[in-house]
Design a protein around this ligand. Structure first.
Ligand code: AMP
Length: 285
């Protein structure tokens, strides 16, 4: 594995590979790698000659500075994991490499996606995501970009970003399924911060998603949402949202026609730790 810290070195190296007709798959991460991240790398390896993964914890996408300060970091272990996966290339830039001369604010027209769900509860978050992803895509210029469905709304935001930048012909988005622990908890770097008791209670998020999947009926969805909310609060969660939305555009659905594809999305705090998860609903038999 080659480790690049400098943007120009990486850019030049990839240019050379591109001239040799090599395809490039890109997996951006914030580190503290787990099997979910590795599944993206595995998918990228299957479809590309070269796989670039990046580790960069972007301060601009944390609306809560405490969350940024406490974001887990395990670079040495991450490198070991990437070596074991025979990842071709790791990009580990400094803040200065990503924002040379300092951070300059940009605005991305994300419309509705910027104000609903994560957009509502984490103001500015997706603008921060767009700035860093745009920068990383400019540096790496991949053929394929790999993202996790775990961050459902982020996938939509990045799809929008790619379109806004006019890159949709050039960069193919690959959305990979959410990897879960044996008890259903979605793998997340933030899970490392849960103590044993919190870790046990955290599975309630997945049980709640399953509860909605099992109990949803066409018509008014307010009762099933209230019940789902209670499951979470009874387990000790402070809920930001439990919502049911159109899986194609994230418009919140209050009354379901029984046909529209749906996604259930949850964001909730277990004490200090904010967890998110979602489930695309399968049609009932
Ligand atoms: P992060 O390091 O949390 O920014 O995540 C980097 C990428 O890994 C994002 O595209 C995430 O959606 C994806 N990812 C995070 N957790 C999982 C998971 N449990 N399963 C699949 N992909 C994931």
């Amino acid at each position: 594995m080659i480790l690049f810290k400098k943007t120009t070195d990486l850019h030049n190296w990839l240019e050379t590979q591109r001239k040799k007709e090599k395809t490039i798959g890109f997996v951006p991460t914030m580190g503290a790698l787990h099997e979910g991240h590795i599944s993206l790398i595995t998918a990228a390896k299957k479809q590309n000659n070269i796989v670039v993964s990046s580790i960069f914890v972007n301060p601009e996408q944390f609306n809560d500075p405490k969350d940024f300060d406490k974001y887990p970091s395990s670079i040495e272990k991450d490198i070991e994991k990437l070596l074991a996966e025979e990842t071709n290339l790791l990009f580990l830039p400094s803040l200065e490499e990503i924002y040379p001369g300092g951070f300059v604010k940009e605005f991305f027209e994300l419309g509705y996606l910027d104000t609903v769900l994560e957009g509502e509860f984490r103001p500015g978050h997706f603008q921060g995501v767009c700035i860093v992803v745009k920068r990383l895509l400019e540096i790496t210029g991949p053929d394929d970009l790999y993202l996790g469905q775990k961050d459902y709304q982020q996938c939509m935001v990045i799809k929008r970003l790619v379109k806004l930048m006019g890159w949709n012909e050039k960069i193919k988005l690959n959305i990979c399924p959410t990897l879960r622990e044996g008890d259903g908890l979605a793998m997340s770097s933030r899970n490392m911060r849960l103590n044993p008791e919190e870790r046990t209670l955290a599975t309630t998020i997945y049980h709640t998603l399953q509860f909605v999947q099992k109990n949803i009926e066409p018509g008014d969805l307010s009762l099933v949402k209230t019940q789902a909310q209670s499951l979470l609060t009874n387990a000790g969660f402070k809920v930001d949202y439990v919502e049911i939305a159109d899986a194609n555009n994230l418009q919140i659905i209050q009354t379901w026609d029984g046909k529209k594809p749906l996604v259930v999305l949850i964001a909730a705090f277990m004490n200090e730790i904010r967890l998110i998860d979602n489930l695309v609903l399968e049609p009932h038999e």
